[in-house]
Design a protein around this ligand. Structure first.
Ligand code: NDP
Ligand code: ZN
Length: 180
């Protein structure tokens, strides 16, 4: 039922809030990290019309393995194998150098499952929105421009999953910064 789905979605919100509790975004005001996964799930549910509980949970949890000590086994036990697998699909291997991780995101994009593609698309859209409205402190114009262009490469490789979300990404990309 919808009530049970709300409870299960809020389980993911509680879990992610606890795991990210000491983390901040990179903007000048060091916003609470949890705002970002919440923004992904909100974008998916509103603009994207996504009502698949597992996808919304995966969006909420998408950075828990990459950025906290959370393990795949833990997500499997608490949220089931489908959610855990989706989070794994959007998790970079932090053992690799940054440039390689960025190249692999582009190379792997065409092979994403539909659920992981939705989460990736929402992640890149939210990050471009943040990059325009509240960019990481100290990033110069060229670095922000590179980020926009890399994000677009990743998104252009993803399978076509949701045209409204893709339009939201394109609108966010249109705010790519340019020299004054
Ligand atoms: P990072 O991956 O370190 O930083 C971007 C990530 O930070 C986002 O993907 C997002 O990830 C997270 N994030 C946190 N806060 C924000 C925010 N306010 N706005 C947007 N994203 C946020 O990027 P890199 O260090 O890899 O830099 C990108 C490029 O810059 C690379 O190509 C690199 O070569 C180049 N570079 C340039 C330097 C320079 O001084 N010119 C120095 C070093 C690199 P998530 O969703 O996972 O939280
Ligand atoms: Zn993210």
């Amino acid at each position: 039922s919808q009530v049970l789905h709300a409870a299960e979605l809020l389980e993911a919100v509680m879990f992610a809030a606890e795991r990210h509790r000491q983390q901040r975004r990179k903007d000048a005001e060091a916003s609470p990290y949890i705002n970002h996964p919440i923004a992904l799930a909100h974008l998916l549910a509103t603009t994207g019309g996504v009502d698949d509980l597992a996808v919304l949970q995966a969006a909420i949890l998408h950075d828990t393995i990459e950025d906290t000590d959370t393990t795949e086994a833990e997500l499997q036990a608490r949220f089931g194998p489908a959610v855990a697998a989706m989070v794994m699909e959007v998790t970079d291997d932090k053992a690799l150098a940054k440039a390689e991780r960025k190249a692999l995101q582009v190379a792997h994009a065409p092979h994403k499952s539909p659920g992981a593609a939705l989460v990736k698309l929402a992640d890149k859209t939210c990050n471009l929105r943040d990059m325009a409205a509240a960019p990481p402190a100290g990033w110069d114009l060229a670095r922000r421009q590179e980020y926009f262009d890399w994000a677009r490469q990743v998104v252009e490789g993803l399978p076509r999953v949701n045209d409204a979300l893709r339009a939201a990404f394109d609108a966010a990309y249109a705010a790519r910064p340019v020299a004054p």
